[in-house]
Design a protein around this ligand. Structure first.
Ligand code: S3P
Length: 424
């Protein structure tokens, strides 16, 4: 713990969700047993673990660790039934790539929210590689049957900056033992390529493009999952909303593709510092320290910054409701395809508690004020909507009631107890 900071001001945010999914999947595809420390224990990561277990992967807890007994590349077993991905888009997209290279049929299913989310953006490049898919509903979502088999190499220009699409292609190529390259309009989070490189897979990164070469196998590897910057963002925002408070979050992943929010909060006037950065298994990890000032300034954010803060837009919008002037967020149409339509959900909820906000096709505008806020927030089962408005409520006097608050279990089961402790 940093000297001079009390328990009340320290938050140990849970393990990074993106890295947790990938740690389990890559360990399952390795030869031998991998021990993972710091793994996020949450509903989304449980979805990946139970899908892998249904494909023959033994996963066992060992105190603070989880041990995964890998089956090797293309070594997963035919599942006995549908593979339920719960609410987790990362499970569905990444596993569609893994399964495309396995020579059997498998069916991915999900909850009502996940079943509405688009899958064709991932299956189109996989079809180009030689896989076949059957969509069982009239739209683009789950249930989806994957007819996997032999795949060929691919060079893919993605229309969207999406780590899930990119990772589906890379994981398909890894298992099929062919090369692949993916180019994106902006660089999305790069955990998959960092973790593949750490496991000896040939990876070349050139700006917004990544290529992988053929690996005959992947050795098992022990690893540690650092704290999730998307979970830390809620406490950075809380500090920014509470002048005089100083909140410290040890051992958080500060990968540049993930910390756009920290930069924007600095532009709004709060202080956010990254202390004693170190390399942990190919990821930069640091202690984040955040403190607020008397007032916050509005900001303008657009497409170029969006991938590095896409999951933090609900929190940014809530922060903007207390800033001076109008905040404009554009280039964020991807938000319409998350756990809820986050543009509509954020704007309607801000309006419901008394904030002036407007929807744009690809973003929103928010006018900040110091007015008292109160009303009911509908989360639509979306964890990030619940947590963003929870922070705003805690910082502005508790007049905000959140429906279905337990949906935070998807990424941060201890969120409400951490928030109560820190905001008291
Ligand atoms: C994720 C990628 C992002 C992000 C999601 C997790 C990942 O989605 O919003 O919460 O782990 O790859 P997109 O890849 O669709 O941008």
């Amino acid at each position: 713990m940093t000297t001079g900071i009390s328990i009340r001001d320290t938050v140990r945010v849970p393990g990074d969700k993106s890295i947790s999914h990938r740690s389990l999947i890559l360990a399952a595809l390795s030869d031998g047993a991998s021990r993972i420390g710091g793994l996020l224990r949450s509903a989304d990561v449980d979805s990946t673990a139970s899908v892998l277990a249904a494909l023959g992967v033994a996963i066992e807890p060992d105190g603070e660790f989880v041990v995964v007994h890998g089956r090797g590349l293309r070594g997963l077993l035919v599942p006995k039934g549908p593979l339920y991905c719960g609410n987790s888009g990362t499970t569905a997209r990444l596993m569609s790539g893994v399964l495309a290279a396995h020579a059997f049929d498998s069916t991915l299913t999900g909850d009502a929210s996940l079943s509405r989310r688009p899958m064709r953006r991932a299956t189109t490049p996989l079809e180009r590689m030689g896989a076949h898919f059957t969509f069982q509903s009239s739209h683009d979502g789950l249930p989806l049957t994957i007819h996997g088999g032999t795949l060929s190499s691919i060079g893919w220009e993605s229309a969207t900056a999406s780590a899930q699409i990119k990772s589906a292609i890379l994981l398909a190529a890894l298992n099929a033992q062919v090369g692949a390259s993916v180019t994106e309009p902006e660089k999305s989070r790069d955990h998959t390529e960092r973790m593949l490189a750490a496991r000896g897979v040939p990876v070349i990164v050139d700006g917004n493009s990544v290529s992988i070469g053929v690996a005959r196998s992947m050795p098992a590897m022990d690893s540690f999952v650092p704290g999730d910057p998307s979970s830390a963002a809620f406490f950075v925002a809380l500090a920014a909303l509470l002048p005089g408070r100083d909140i410290v979050m040890p051992r958080v992943c500060v990968n540049p593709t993930r910390i756009g929010f920290m930069e924007v909060v600095r532009r709004m006037g709060a202080t956010v510092t990254l202390v004693s950065a170190e390399d942990v298994g190919g990821e930069p990890v640091a202690t984040i320290r955040a403190s607020g000032r008397d007032s916050l300034a509005s900001v303008t954010v657009g497409a170029a910054e969006m991938p590095s803060m896409i999951d933090e837009i609900p929190m940014l919008a809530c922060l903007a409701s207390r800033a001076e002037g109008e905040t404009v967020i554009t280039g964020a149409s991807e938000l319409r395809h998350k756990e809820s339509d986050r543009i509509a959900a954020v704007v309607r909820n801000l309006q419901a508690i008394g904030v002036e906000a407007e929807e744009l096709t690809d973003g929103m505008t928010i006018r900040g004020s110091n007015a008292a806020l109160s009303g009911t927030v509908e989360t639509h089962g979306d964890h990030r909507i619940a947590m963003a408005f929870g922070v705003l409520g805690a910082a502005t006097g508790g007049g905000i009631h959140i429906v279905d608050a337990e949906c935070v279990n998807v990424s941060y089961p201890a969120f409400w107890s951490d928030l109560r402790r820190v905001a008291q």
